[in-house]
Design a protein around this ligand. Structure first.
Ligand SMILES: *[C@@H]1O[C@H](CO)[C@@H](O)[C@H](O)[C@H]1NC(C)=O
Ligand SMILES: *[C@@H]1O[C@H](CO)[C@@H](O)[C@H](O)[C@H]1NC(C)=O
Length: 663
């Protein structure tokens, strides 16, 4: 996801129900659940050392420099890494090495994600049974989750955090008038003060948290993974290379170590005259799968370290220049309002039992017209609520729009319940279903007081994502109300539905007090890959081993196809796979054997059929048959079942509340 905004009372959209942020410096702020691995039992180390964890996974805490400009300084970060081993041993000829996965955010925990989804990704998306088997690795990026030190501006004060979240929600929509913006600016100032105070007392390194630093951390990870593998079985090294590197002639420039980093973290020039890398000592290359914000991380890595790219699949593609530069975040919502139109129109192709609007409105355009009037009236006269959990006091039109936007992330799970909830609200004024959805994202004061841990609080903390969003983007602190009013207006013009909500991502940076010590401002592009024949040897040390593969849904609410195409332009010979689904990221939107095959073929060979391909999907959100199949688990093969499991279909069956960000 692109940023989970707890700012608006958000729950992180990412995978896990597991929680926990533990750290060596920071006292754990709650008791880990029985399922949670005790990360403190691992002593962080500079050499990679795995320990058994999470029932079949391996965990490690890798020490890296806090400041990549001064890597020799004593300040360090311990990155929490977790991997699902391959289904074959490392020395098996079909072992394909490590694929690093990033679930997005920024701010999402890779550990949570891997523990929940790695098995499905391995089985369905990347492995080729009997031919290639990968281990799946993820990590909590610096500042996040179980990596230490962890960013937390409300340390040991969940009550203050809850109060802040509630006031943030109550300030109203940013397009509701300048008073909402002014009040929001005040809250942002308060938040900034807390973060600065926290930093002075505990450290925490918020200036060292940004995406370029994480990209550099990933270089370290692949080097340490390689080192460990060599330590464990030096003679079998040749088997763990990328596919194309298996049968190679030595080109004669052995003995050159090209993995050295200079102080800027950029690679030193290859020694060889043609830039070909040593055959005896090829540098370890990254195999990567990034979703949503993870595409920003991947793009950044590829642009900074093109010679370290082995394979890269980016799904749910965000526009890197727009993310990093200028006011920011303008290119996400190109298709969002179109999805709303599709929602009505496709709904009408079904029986009233599936599409209840048909009972009261003749045509989709009648619903649409009434919908916006209804939203306006909810904003003018918010409806009092007495929800069971006591979080939500008054429901506004803005609340409803935000819920719909977040429901668009996973239509397969959400469209039908959303249709029911909206219909009941619009036609009969029964807001119960909608209120429940909104309420799920509002923090509960009672839970905080009773020290019952609030799931919303346990998940991503705003500052963990904001450190990235604000530090990666231009400095927008000290802008006035007019600036923000214009910013909001521009986003609302792009999407009436989600623009107001989306604007709050950058708005949250309005007083962010930290600037990163080390920046990378582009260009976000790579040189052409080593060779059109990706298996040719040796590889060029300054070029990716293969082109990049971009994946996207046909209609994505926050990372549109237009962004995927724009990013593909920047990476020569890269491919765009358009999956004919609606939702955020191809992988999470619908089952598609075509997509799965293209991805596993690409990881294996570095190739894909053509520059742009379209992949059909098995199910649409309105498709009754598909849903009953999965419920009955009949005629769903193993792969599809694994995919459905990965979707967490049984858990939410309702829109996730207030998801803010790309994921
Ligand atoms: C780093 O720590 C070591 C041992 O604790 C100390 O001897 C050294 O002076 C420190 N270096 C810096 C740059 O602080
Ligand atoms: C409102 O909707 C909910 C959920 O569908 C239902 O349980 C409840 O009885 C409805 N209330 C009224 C007054 O119809």
């Amino acid at each position: 996801m692109l940023l989970p905004s707890v700012l608006l009372g958000a729950a992180l959209a990412s995978a896990a129900a597991t929680n926990s942020t533990t750290g060596s410096r920071a006292p754990p702020s709650f008791t880990p659940s029985p399922l949670e691995f005790n990360w403190l039992s691992i002593v962080p180390s500079e050499q990679l050392e795995y320990h058994d964890c999470y029932n079949g996974f391996k965990c490690a805490r890798l020490v890296v420099p806090l400041d990549w400009k001064l890597p020799k300084a004593n300040h360090t970060v311990a990155i929490a890494m977790v991997k699902l081993p391959a289904v074959v041993p490392d020395d098996d000829p079909t072992f394909g090495g490590t694929i690093i996965v990033n679930p997005g955010g920024p701010g999402a925990s890779g550990v949570d994600y891997a523990v929940n989804k790695a098995r499905s990704i391995q089985k369905v998306l990347v492995d080729k049974p009997g031919i290639r088997h990968y281990e799946i690795l993820s990590f909590d990026p610096r500042g996040i989750g179980r990596s230490t030190p962890v960013s937390d501006c409300f340390r040991n004060n969940d009550f203050a955090r809850t109060a802040w979240m509630l006031e943030n929600r109550a300030k109203g929509s940013l397009d509701s008038g300048k008073s909402a913006i002014s009040y929001g600016l005040g809250l942002a100032k308060y938040f900034a003060q807390r973060c600065k105070l926290e930093q002075e007392q505990f450290g925490g390194g918020l200036e060292y948290i940004n995406t370029p630093s994480v990209a550099r951390d990933m270089v370290e990870m692949i080097d340490k993974i390689d080192e460990l593998r060599k330590r464990k079985s030096p003679q079998k090294q040749r088997l763990t290379k990328l596919p194309g590197e298996e049968e190679e002639e030595d080109a004669g420039n052995q003995g050159q170590n090209q993995g050295e980093q200079d102080q800027d973290g950029s690679e030193t020039q290859a020694h060889s005259k043609r830039g070909l890398e040593s055959q005896k000592h090829p540098v370890p290359r990254l195999q990567y799968l990034g979703f949503s914000y993870g595409t920003i991380l991947g793009n950044t890595f590829a642009s900074m370290f093109p010679g370290r790219v082995g394979r890269m699949v980016l799904d749910g593609v965000a526009n890197a220049p727009d993310y990093y530069n200028g006011d920011g975040w303008f290119t996400n919502l190109d298709d969002t309002d179109l999805i709303l139109d599709k929602f009505w129109r496709n709904c009408y192709k079904n029986e009233p039992s599936v599409c209840p609007f048909r009972l009261s409105y003749r045509k989709p355009k009648d619903v649409k017209k009434h919908f916006w009037l209804w939203i306006q009236s909810l904003d003018r006269y918010p409806v009092p609520m007495s929800s069971a959990n006591g979080g939500l006091l008054a429901l506004t039109g803005h609340d409803v729009l935000a819920i719909i936007g977040s429901a668009f992330y996973k239509p397969l799970v959400t469209f039908r319940p959303l249709a029911q909830a909206l219909y009941e609200g619009m036609s009969g004024g029964n807001l119960t279903l909608l209120a429940d959805l909104v309420d799920a994202g509002v923090p509960k004061v009672g839970d905080t007081c009773q020290a019952k841990k609030n799931p919303v609080l346990l998940r991503a903390k705003d500052e963990q994502g904001l450190a990235y969003v604000c530090g990666d983007g231009f400095d927008v602190s000290h802008r006035n109300t007019d600036y923000w009013a214009a910013y909001v207006k521009k986003l609302v013009r792009t999407s009436r539905l989600y623009g107001p909500h989306w604007a709050s991502i950058r708005f949250a940076c309005s007083d962010w007090p930290f600037r990163p010590n080390w920046e990378f401002r582009g260009p976000y592009k790579t040189p052409a890959p080593s060779s059109p024949e990706y298996n040719s040897q040796p590889l060029y040390s300054t070029r990716p081993a293969a082109p990049l593969l971009f994946l996207t849904s046909r209609l994505d609410p926050v990372t549109p196809l237009s962004a995927a195409r724009a990013m593909a332009e920047r990476h020569p010979e890269s491919g765009v796979l358009i999956q004919e689904s609606i939702g955020h990221c191809a992988w999470a939107s619908a089952p598609s054997k075509c997509t799965w095959k293209a991805v596993s073929d690409y990881f294996h060979s570095g190739r894909f059929p053509q520059r742009e391909i379209s992949c059909p999907v098995r199910c649409t959100p309105w498709d009754d048959e598909c849903r009953s199949e999965w419920h009955n688990k009949r005629s769903v093969d193993d792969d599809e079942q694994a995919w459905w499991d990965a979707l967490d279909v049984n858990e939410p069956l309702r829109p996730r509340p207030f998801v803010l960000g790309i994921e």
